[in-house]
Design a protein around this ligand. Structure first.
Ligand code: CP
Ligand code: NVA
Length: 305
């Protein structure tokens, strides 16, 4: 395992090991036990999109591991002015021990990882968001005491979160149901890959346009913004199309009575989720946000340690 680009690339054991290490590091950090696994190492963090959680959790995580995080906004580096991914990779590998990148085109991350001889971590592309899903699986484990045999339902846009959740559920031995409007379904190549993963794990993948069908008896209910970064021009149209996919108290009645509600954040109350659900007793959104730190420390320690 050189990079973390997609959970589809990982074995079930690799996912399990990352989650176990994340839980161990969390426990150590809570008990004041230092773990300077990456002493003297530097992580470059390229951002061509905004971020609150990802930036802060990687910076703090790298610091807690004894290393140094270097924030590289695409507005400030030559990549943003047209320098090639190849040249950027070949230069950065001379200075850094790892690169984290958040950007638009997924292919750019694949190319960066191919050209750079240091680990590359995908911190969100238009296609995938694997770091978020590792944190979500860790949070599910903490709240449910297991992952296997659980059902996750994702209601909303067939976007990067839906894609990574499919991959993550398959690797974790969970069932996954995705409800999207007809013209906002998941990427067909990701679905084909995910179907292979679900065949291997023996679990079920349901793709539907019916939120009630998807959420039925779910242990984890998940949604995400209807307007992802880069889709701002489609906002008015999307808000209309997605309204029947809102996660509200009425829809939550169809989930398991002990279901937890998850959202990667940032959230838009009154759109993809109502206030009573996201701020209610079933919501675990801030545990998810915190677990970005611990899960990503496990990723960095594994790839760069
Ligand atoms: N969930 C997530 O990736 O949040 P940020 O966009 O704030 O990093
Ligand atoms: N789907 C969202 C996730 C944000 C963390 C986006 O890409 O903007």
């Amino acid at each position: 395992m050189k990079d973390l680009i997609s959970l589809h690339d990982l074995t079930q054991d690799e996912v399990k090991n990352l989650l176990e290490l994340g839980i161990k590091l969390k426990n150590e950090q809570k008990n004041g036990i230092e773990h300077h696994i990456l002493k003297g190492k530097t992580l470059g963090m390229i951002f061509t999109k905004s971020s609150t959680r990802t930036r802060v959790s990687f910076e703090v995580g790298m610091t807690q591991l004894g290393g140094y995080p270097l924030f590289l906004s695409s507005n400030d580096i030559q990549l943003g002015r047209g320098e090639s991914i190849y040249d950027t990779a070949k230069v950065l590998e001379r200075f850094l021990d790892g690169i984290m990148i958040r950007t638009f085109a997924h292919q750019d991350v694949i190319d960066l990882a191919e050209y750079a001889n240091i680990p590359v971590i995908n911190a969100l592309t238009d296609l995938l968001h694997p770091c978020q899903v590792l944190a979500d699986l860790m949070t599910t484990y903490e709240h449910k005491g297991k992952l296997e045999d659980l059902k996750l339902a994702y209601i909303g846009d067939g976007n990067n979160m839906a894609h990574s959740l499919m991959y993550g559920c398959a690797k974790a031995g969970m069932d996954c149901a995705i409800a999207t409007p007809d013209n906002y379904q998941c990427d067909s190549e990701v679905v084909a890959n995910a179907k292979d993963d679900f065949k291997k794990s023996g679990r079920e993948l349901i793709l539907t346009n019916d939120p009630v069908e998807a959420i039925k008896d779910a242990d984890v209910v998940y949604t995400d913004t209807w307007v992802s970064m880069g889709q701002e021009a489609e906002k008015a149209e999307r808000l209309k199309v997605f309204m029947p996919y809102q996660v509200n108290a009425e829809l939550m009645k169809h989930a398991d009575g002990n279901a937890v509600f998850m959202h990667c954040l940032p959230a838009y109350r009154g759109y993809e989720v109502t206030e009573d659900v996201i701020d209610g007793p079933q919501s675990v959104i801030f545990d998810e946000a915190e677990n970005r730190l611990h899960a990503q420390k496990a990723v960095m320690a594994t790839l760069m340690g």
